[in-house]
Design a protein around this ligand. Structure first.
Ligand code: NDP
Ligand code: MG
Length: 388
């Protein structure tokens, strides 16, 4: 039996992961499932999968979780330290699908076991790519990408020489507002931004898709994970979301990865790697699809991609600053404390301020990344107070 742990089990990626695991119950033993505020769902999943342990990230919800698990035989725990304990419990395969920087510390702890970390939590790579890769290397652990574009690049690179890669192109659906002009963008609401044309995902990544911050994070993720130079990484708007990424080689060939917009493909690939197994995803019908379209992203409308390139150029802790500022600005947008377009302004200003303080020249540790994250959030908060 393979021992599996799922961080962020109550979320969109966590649910898809457990859907695949439930199809082969004889093959998996579920060690730990973790969640946040959705205690009923966490308890129901832990019971259904006979997990050893269920953990909520929120200590004040421990009694609720204990109550919901009464008589089930599943252990309950809560808080950040409990998440780390869950990551330290022996497992062969761990899904990192907490949303946000809270996923970093458990991901690092899981890598120390030397097993496989399926990484959906892109914030970890953006904020702490070198730290994550170095931790994996030191402990002989494997990181497999779960973000659909990065799973696509990973698959296109199997058997290839990375030195022969000339460029990597990741696709963007364009998000909820791809057909709006800049004037209308200033007035969009969090509700409008929370509906994605093609993918069914958590609210935060859905809004990030509308602002192209998701694609911006993914450019950095590509750079960090595959070690591709920033100028060789492109993003292109592809509204049908059928091609997830293309890898261009030095002989002019491009390998494209296509599939339906269903995260169970990328999750399943990471679950079964290095094998391929049957997965319950739709099969594409090209005659019915007819055409696929592409266009350049409108960078005047969406500054996020430019910001990502500046962050890659700056290196150090710029990724942690950008991610922390973006997360805090997103909270503010959801709480109606700033407008949709102000999110990018806040991130830009925070990077300007903290780069001037030369935050980020030190060696990268979990502490230094968390410090940069906190500083970035504080700068955004101060800016919000000034405009309030
Ligand atoms: P969801 O919002 O659906 O789920 C997030 C999960 O994280 C939930 O289980 C939530 O718990 C948990 N969580 C949130 N905050 C904390 C915290 N402080 N401590 C512990 N747990 C916490 O997000 P998604 O599943 O959409 O995304 C998860 C990750 O995967 C993100 O990093 C995202 O960028 C990435 N990703 C997602 C894709 C998708 O298709 N959804 C595609 C590619 C990448 P609860 O709900 O119980 O509060
Ligand atoms: Mg993606």
């Amino acid at each position: 039996m393979r021992r599996v742990t799922v961080f962020g089990a109550t979320g969109s990626i966590g649910g898809n992961t457990l859907d695949l695991i439930a199809r082969a119950p004889d093959e998996y033993h579920v060690v730990a499932l973790t969640g946040g505020r959705n205690i009923d769902r966490l308890a129901a999943l832990a019971r259904a999968h006979r997990a050893e342990l269920a953990v909520t990230g929120h200590p004040e919800l421990l009694d609720d979780l204990r109550g919901a698990l009464a008589g089930s035989g599943v252990e309950a725990a809560a808080g950040e330290a409990a998440l780390l304990d869950a990551a330290a419990r022996p497992a062969d395969w761990t899904m990192s699908a907490i949303v946000g920087i809270a996923g970093l510390a458990p991901g690092l702890k899981a890598l120390e076991q030397g097993g496989t970390l399926a990484l959906a939590n892109k914030e970890s790579l953006v904020a702490a790519g070198p730290l994550l890769l170095e931790t994996a290397r030191r402990h002989g652990a494997t990181i497999l990408p779960v973000d659909s574009e990065h799973s696509a690049v990973f698959q296109a690179l199997v058997g290839e020489d990375i030195e022969a890669v000339e460029r990597v192109i990741i696709t963007a659906s364009g998000g909820a507002f791809r057909d709006l002009d800049a004037r209308d963008l200033a007035r969009v609401t969090p509700e409008q931004a929370s509906s994605h044309p093609n993918w069914d995902m958590g609210q935060r990544i859905t809004i990030d898709s509308a602002s192209l911050f998701n694609k911006a994070l993914e450019l950095i993720e590509t750079h960090e994970f595959f070690g591709i130079a920033p100028e060789r990484i492109e993003a292109i708007v592809h509204p049908e979301s059928l091609i997830h990424a293309l890898v261009g080689f030095n002989d002019g060939a491009l390998m494209a990865h296509l599939g339906p917009p269903d995260m169970r493909h990328a999750i399943g690939y990471a679950l079964h790697w290095p094998e391929r197994r049957h997965l319950p995803v739709e099969r594409l019908d090209f005659a019915a699809i007819g055409a696929m379209t592409f266009r350049a992203p409108d960078e005047a409308k969406y500054p996020a991609l430019r910001i990502a390139r500046e962050v890659m150029k700056a290196g150090g802790h710029a990724g942690a600053v950008m991610n922390g500022a973006k997360e805090r600005a997103l909270d503010a947008f959801i709480a109606r404390e700033c407008s949709f377009l102000e999110m990018a302004e806040l991130v830009d200003r925070t990077l300007d301020k903290l780069t001037a303080e030369s935050l980020g020249k030190d060696t990268m540790t979990l502490d230094s990344v968390q410090h940069a994250d906190r500083r970035a959030r504080q700068v955004v908060e101060d800016a919000l107070d000034l405009t309030a």
